[in-house]
Design a protein around this ligand. Structure first.
Ligand code: SF4
Length: 123
C-alpha cells in the first residue's frame, strides 16, 4: 500500500477535441513562458527571437506572457485559432498549457476545476 490518495477526478483528454479551446480563451490572463520555451516557439515559427518577442510577447512584472487578442469581448491567446478551435503552437506550447488543468490553484478548488475544463469528471 502506498498511502497515496486517489485523484478526486478523471481527466478525459478526448474532451479537448470538442471543447473549442476553453483553456486558451476567456477572461484576460497570463500565459507565462520561459526563455527556453520562447526559443523553441521562435524556432518553430522560424523567426528570430527579437522579432518573435515584438509580435507575440508582453512583459509583466519582469516575466514574459504571450499576447492576447480580444474578439467579441473575449480574450484569446495569440496562438489560438478560433475557427479551427485549436492551438497553432500545440507541439511547442508552454508548460502552463501542457499542465492544464492540473494546476494547484484548480486542484484546490474542485468547483472551479470542473467549470474550467470539460475534460474533468469528478469521481
Ligand atoms: S499557447 Fe496554445 S495551448 Fe497555450 S494558451 Fe496559447 S493557444 Fe492555448
Amino acid at each position: 500500500m502506498t498511502g497515496e490518495k486517489e485523484p478526486f477526478f478523471i481527466f478525459d483528454s478526448n474532451a479537448c477535441k470538442r471543447c473549442g479551446g476553453k483553456c486558451c480563451r476567456g477572461h484576460e490572463g497570463y500565459i507565462w513562458v520561459s526563455m527556453e520555451e520562447l526559443e523553441e516557439m521562435a524556432a518553430m515559427k522560424e523567426i528570430e527571437l527579437p522579432m518573435f518577442a515584438n509580435h507575440y510577447l508582453r512583459q509583466v512584472q519582469g516575466k514574459f506572457s504571450l499576447q492576447e487578442r480580444v474578439i467579441n469581448g473575449e480574450h484569446l491567446c495569440c496562438f489560438f485559432d478560433p475557427i479551427a478551435g485549436q492551438c497553432t503552437m500545440y507541439q511547442s506550447r508552454p508548460e502552463q498549457c501542457r499542465t492544464f488543468p492540473f494546476w494547484n490553484s484548480l486542484m484546490n478548488n474542485p468547483q472551479k476545476l470542473v467549470q474550467s475544463c470539460p475534460g474533468v469528471v469528478l469521481r
